[in-house]
Design a binder for this molecule. Structure first.
Ligand code: SF4
Length: 192
């Protein structure tokens, strides 16, 4: 492939604009498909593929999770999915970073009212504090009967919000717990 200095500068600036060196090489006419395919093949060569589902939204696109020695090395769309056929949206295409990400917080951080600094709490302590506040709020706001004598046994002072990453089983248990406490405002984007 003959590339003049002028051609190189022209496509380099285009590549910078699109933010990819690969885009620039492709613009120069370099056939990258075999290289990319080979790199991908090497990455998952010894991997075990486990079928899964993107956790981000209710569309539920199917994925293949590749793991080597128990560590995730790649996640991609599963072409066997009848509705997504191997495609993932940009969010789904980044699921790998949900698992493998040095910037992901792994500790519970608590900032006391009025404090400027965050404190690291151990999980047991944090869950205990959440339970303590739920009990306190429920005790203070629980209504057994309305003025007309109708039994309601509920509190409207606690609201439960879930997301699409909560699966069927989690939602089943969560509903039982929350309704048992008399919480009626329960919302989630469950994928079932
Ligand atoms: S890949 Fe995108 S559209 Fe599909 S389930 Fe994930 S977030 Fe939803």
């Amino acid at each position: 492939m003959d590339v003049s200095r002028r051609d190189f500068l022209k496509v380099s600036s285009g590549a910078t604009l699109t933010g990819t060196a690969i885009g620039g090489l492709a613009a120069l006419g370099a056939g990258l498909a075999p290289t990319l395919a080979q790199a991908q093949a090497l990455r998952i060569e010894r991997a075990k593929a486990v079928p899964s589902v993107c956790p981000y939204c209710a569309v539920g696109c199917a994925t293949l999770v590749h793991a080597v020695d128990g560590k995730i090395v790649n996640i991609e769309g599963d072409p066997r999915s009848p509705h997504s056929e191997g495609s993932l949206c940009p969010k789904g295409a980044a699921i790998f970073q949900l698992h493998v990400n040095p910037n992901r917080p792994t500790r519970v951080l608590h900032r006391a009212p009025g404090a400027k600094e965050w404190e690291a709490w151990d999980l047991e302590h944090a869950v205990g504090r959440v339970a303590e506040l739920i009990k306190k709020t429920r005790d203070e706001t629980f209504v057994e009967r309305l003025e007309d004598g109708k039994t309601v046994n509920c509190t409207t002072a606690i609201f439960a919000l879930g997301g699409a990453t909560l699966d069927n089983e989690w939602n089943h248990i969560q509903q039982k717990l929350l309704r048992g406490l008399g919480i009626v405002a329960i919302e989630n984007q469950a994928r079932i």
